[in-house]
Every structure is written in structure tokens, then in C-alpha cells.
Design a protein around this ligand. Structure first.
Ligand code: G4P
Length: 530
């Protein structure tokens, strides 16, 4: 790269903001995503992303399961420009589409936006996803949604957030009323009021600026409102008793800035986006297995695969591998090495993701996500690089599965393709495999039901092996030190199995069974993955 090219690379990287939106189903993730896309001009009409959910816009050439569920690859990464930034939003599927991919996606982002339903507070799925973000130490921004409805008290919500998630919170704004009485947002951070419905009273201005004491200068709609005074009091209390604003604490993921707003009525969303962009990090350094650091502005291209999505078209066995670029510049046709095998390959068939259609990538830099058409070369966690020196990024973590099924080949004569399929899908990271201790039954584990459906579908279509799956239900998986293992410890309530690295673990029926076990064997330490 010459000086101009390097300068250009640095400029481009600086513009990137790559994040995921995490939430419990129905908190409003789709709605806020759509508003953000509208601001970025990536879609023209509200309802576009939503329509995809119901299948109206589903493309015809993607995996059947995806189509039935109406989720599409095109909406799993959304890229658009806003002001001078290039934004990549990575979707984290929820509901029944929840899978290990949902967790792994969080390995490929530099920040997370947590959308919370302010009527409900912190819910289960948010907690799980939050835990993964916290483990990575990435900045987490909170959007308390649905303030157009009567919800819970803001102070109550902040308190719950801090307590349940064990993170400090800093309210960036404060709702003035709620539901029908909502007047606006007291924008603590910018020291102004964001008016709910600008009218002739305030000359149609969206914002009313305040003095240092939080007073409105001159004539204004709320001067004598007791509500406004109440908000001011709360806000002052917060300033005195609450956490201090700290850019460093946000960057480390120790303090979450909290924005109240309403995605549906598009109130507070733009301010959120603009403030978020101010504090969200640009792509950062990535650690490698041999403790080296790859900088996003390193000249050589590198990246890792965090998700593989199978194509449904039986005529084309190809899949799409999602790659997060970590350094350099991707150009179509670039020659790279697949680190795991030392295999050289040319990346000529790649795609970039937009909200409405897939486009061919011309070039992309660190922070961007590209899709590589894959005919079976890639595994989840793979590193590819273009330089001479080998790069191997740290392994992606494994997540503790929660659902289990016993699996066998429908046709006993077809054991070979059954084993081949299972082994390849396990290696690829689509599913986790266990064997029961004495009977050597195959048990597969997943974090979401979708993984089983994809497994079944791919076994049939890619390996010509129909499978029979018998649910064992939801279980709590806990590993134990092999030295402490006594095979009599297993029972139907705490099934003893081995993982693919031959490590023993118990699948407990419920927390009660796990507690019972711990009481009986107090010296046995039970551990989980993430
Ligand atoms: P999700 O992706 O997190 O699952 O949530 P989604 O955006 O689909 O929103 C879930 C429901 O909450 C939707 O209503 C949506 O319109 C509503 N919603 C989202 N943001 C707000 C908000 O700020 N205020 C209010 N009052 N509602 C909000 P739905 O009835 O399930 O769907 P729809 O028929 O309205 O599309």
C-alpha cells in the first residue's frame, strides 16, 4: 500500500461503527432497527424489515426453514451511512430462531445496543445476551423503549437494570411523564428538552435549550408545569446521587448510557443514534492465539468467520460464511490463506449485505461484514489472512447448550453418511455432540430449537441421511473433572455423557436435580461453558 492508500484505509476504518441490537422478543428491536435504517436512507418505508419477518419479501433462493420463518440473510447484516459514519448492524435472532449463531454474532461487533421494554424491564433473553457482551467488555448502550405507553417508573427501571445486570447506568435523558401525559424528554446530556410534538408554541422547534441551572429561558410551554418541575428535581437528584458520566467506563462496558424513547412513534431515536455514534467505538485491535495484536489499519487483510448459513437450494450445496474483517482492505478476488489448514484460496465470490438486496462487495475494511460463498471450506471461528505471516485469531467461545435430543439414523443401513454428516456439522459448529456413557447414544445439544431443525434439514439434504430425533428436553449441562468422576453418579435425572473432547458432563433435569447432586457430592465441582 502506498501512503495515499494507507491514509484512505485509516479514514475508512475510522468511519465504521459495527454493533448488534440485543433484546428480549417484542421489546422493539425490529421497530428501532427500522427507524435507524430510515434515518440512513437504507429503506424508504417503515414496515420493510417487519414485512420480511412475515415472509412477504422473503427471497426465493434461501434455505427452506429460513423462508418459512421469514428470516433472511439479507436482514442479518444491515449497512448504511449516517452523517459521516458507515454503520453495520448485525441482527441477533430471537424467539425460536435463537441459536449459537446469536451468541457468536456478538463476537463480531464492537458495541451493543440493548433495547428494553420500559413496561417490562429486564427480561430473560436480554440477560443471556447481555452476559456475553459483558464477557467481551464491549460498550453497551441501553434504549428504554415504549415510553409512549404508561410504563414503570424510570427510577425503578434504572435500579433494576443496575441490580439485575450488575452494570452502572447513566441516564442520558429522562422522560417527562409517560403514556398520554408524555410531554417530552429532558435531555440531561445535552442540557435541553426534546419536545414531543413541536407546535406553534415553541415555533416548531424540536429542542428547547436550557440554562446551566436547567431553567428554560424566556417563554416556554412547561414553565409552570408541575410535571416539568418534578422532572427537573429527579434529574438534579440523579446528577447528585447517580453515577458520573465517564467515557472510559462506557468504553470498557462498565457503564451503560441509558436513553428513554419510543421506537414506534420515533421519539428520541434520532438523538439516541447521534449520541450513540459519538461514543460507540470504531473497530479495535484483535488478539491472536499467539498473543499478537492485529490492528484494523494493518495493511494486510484478515478476518474471522463467526457464522455459517446454509443455502436451501438443493442444486447448490453452497453456504454463506459470514466474515468479520479485522484488518486491511478486502477486494474481490483477493488471495488469502485459510489459517487452520494453511490452504490458499481466492475470494472471488463474495457478497455484502444491505437492507433490501444483496450486493457484490467491491471493497470493505475492518468492521465490515462480508459473506463468502462456501462449498465446505470454512468452519466457524476460522481465520483467513492475505499477508505472509500467519494470523490465527483466538477461538470463539463455546456456549453451554440448553436443549438436547437423542439422534439416530432412520435407516440403520446408512450409518456411514449419518456419521459423516454429524461429524462435519459438529466441526462446523452447527451443533454440539455428546455420547452417553455406556450405550454410546448420540445426543446433540443446542441453545435454540432452530439449530435442531437446521441440523435435520442439512443431514437430509447435504448428507442424504434422514434422522430420528427424540427430545430429552431442556437440561442444565455441567462439566466435572474426570478425576472426580464415579460412573455411578449418573441417573435419569442427571444423565452422564461425554463431549467430543471426551470430557464428562452431567445433563441435569432441572436446578433441583443439580442441587440434590451438589448436596450429595459436595466436593465435586460443576462448571459450565459461557
Ligand atoms: P422485536 O423485534 O424486539 O420482537 O419487537 P418489534 O419491533 O417487532 O415490536 C414488538 C411490538 O411492540 C410491535 O407491536 C411493535 O409495534 C411494538 N412497539 C415497538 N416499539 C414500540 C414503542 O415504542 N411503543 C409502542 N407502544 N409499541 C412499540 P405488535 O402489535 O406486536 O406488532 P405490529 O402489529 O404493531 O407490527
Amino acid at each position: 500500500m502506498n501512503d495515499t492508500q494507507l491514509k484512505d484505509l485509516k479514514k475508512e476504518v475510522k468511519k465504521r461503527r459495527t454493533f448488534a441490537i440485543i433484546s428480549h422478543p417484542d421489546a422493539g428491536k425490529t421497530t428501532i432497527t427500522e427507524q435507524l435504517l430510515l434515518f440512513g436512507g437504507a429503506i424508504r418505508q417503515a414496515g420493510t424489515v417487519k414485512a420480511k419477518k412475515t415472509g412477504k419479501f422473503a427471497k426465493s433462493d434461501w434455505m427452506e426453514i429460513e423462508k418459512q420463518r421469514g428470516i433472511s440473510v439479507t436482514s442479518s447484516v444491515m449497512q448504511f451511512d449516517y452523517q459521516d459514519k458507515r454503520i453495520n448492524i448485525l441482527d441477533t435472532p430471537g424467539h425460536e430462531d435463537f441459536s449459537e449463531d446469536t451468541y457468536r454474532t456478538l463476537m463480531a461487533v464492537d458495541a451493543a445496543v440493548m433495547v428494553v421494554d420500559s413496561g417490562k424491564g429486564i427480561e430473560e433473553q436480554t440477560k443471556k445476551l447481555f452476559k456475553v457482551c459483558r464477557m467481551r467488555g464491549i460498550p453497551i448502550f441501553t434504549f428504554m423503549n415504549k415510553i409512549d405507553r404508561d410504563g414503570r417508573e424510570p427510577l425503578d427501571l434504572i435500579e433494576e437494570l443496575e441490580e439485575v445486570l450488575e452494570i452502572d447506568a447513566y441516564p442520558m435523558n429522562w422522560p417527562m411523564g409517560s403514556g398520554k401525559t408524555l410531554l417530552g424528554l429532558y435531555d440531561v446530556f445535552h442540557n435541553r428538552i426534546e419536545v414531543l410534538r413541536p407546535d406553534s408554541h415553541n415555533h416548531g422547534e424540536r429542542f428547547i435549550s436550557l440554562t446551566d441551572e436547567g431553567e428554560i429561558e424566556g417563554d416556554h410551554p412547561y414553565q409552570n408545569e408541575s410535571l416539568y418541575n418534578q422532572v427537573l428535581e429527579d434529574a438534579l437528584l440523579l446528577k447528585e446521587a447517580g453515577n458520573e458520566f465517564s467515557r472510559e467506563a462506557i468504553a470498557k462496558g462498565e457503564l451503560t448510557p441509558v436513553f428513554f424513547g419510543s421506537a414506534l412513534t420515533n421519539f428520541g431515536v434520532q438523538t439516541f443514534l447521534e449520541t450513540f455514534l459519538q461514543f460507540a467505538p470504531e473497530p479495535t485491535d484483535q488478539d491472536t492465539e499467539d498473543e499478537k495484536v492485529v490492528s484494523p489499519t494493518d495493511e494486510d487483510f484478515s478476518g474471522f468467520i463467526f457464522k455459517i448459513q446454509a443455502n436451501m437450494d438443493p442444486k447448490h450445496r453452497d453456504r454463506i460464511a459470514f466474515l468479520r474483517i479485522c484488518s486491511g482492505r478486502f477486494e474481490r478476488g483477493i488471495d488469502v490463506t485459510l489459517s487452520r489448514e494453511g490452504k490458499k484460496m481466492r475470494l472471488s465470490n463474495s457478497t455484502q449485505f444491505m437492507a433490501e438486496n444483496r450486493e457484490s462487495v467491491s471493497d470493505a475494511v475492518a468492521g465490515d461484514i462480508i459473506g463468502l460463498y462456501d462449498t465446505g471450506n470454512f468452519q466457524i471461528g476460522d481465520t483467513i489472512y492475505s499477508g505472509k505471516d500467519k494470523i490465527e485469531f483466538k477461538d470463539l467461545p463455546q456456549f453451554t447448550p440448553e436443549l438436547f435430543v437423542r439422534v439416530e439414523a432412520k435407516n440403520v443401513m446408512k450409518q456411514k453418511s449419518f456419521h459423516k454428516g454429524i461429524n462435519q456439522l459438529v466441526q462446523e459448529g452447527a451443533i454440539q455432540l455428546y455420547k452417553s456413557y455406556h450405550t454410546e447414544d448420540y445426543i446433540i445439544g443446542a441453545v435454540g430449537q432452530l439449530q435442531f431443525e437446521v441440523f435435520e434439514h442439512r443431514m437430509k439434504n447435504e448428507y442424504n441421511s434422514e434422522v430420528v430425533m427424540t427430545s430429552i428436553g431442556s437440561r442444565i449441562a455441567r462439566w466435572i473433572d474426570p478425576k472426580q468422576l464415579d460412573e455411578n453418579m449418573g441417573s435419569s435425572r442427571n444423565m452422564l455423557v461425554r463431549d467430543r473432547f471426551d470430557q464428562p458432563l452431567f445433563l441435569f433435569e432441572n436446578t433441583f436435580a443439580m442441587r440434590w447432586f451438589s448436596d450429595k457430592y459436595p466436593d465435586v465441582e460443576l462448571t459450565s461453558l459461557l
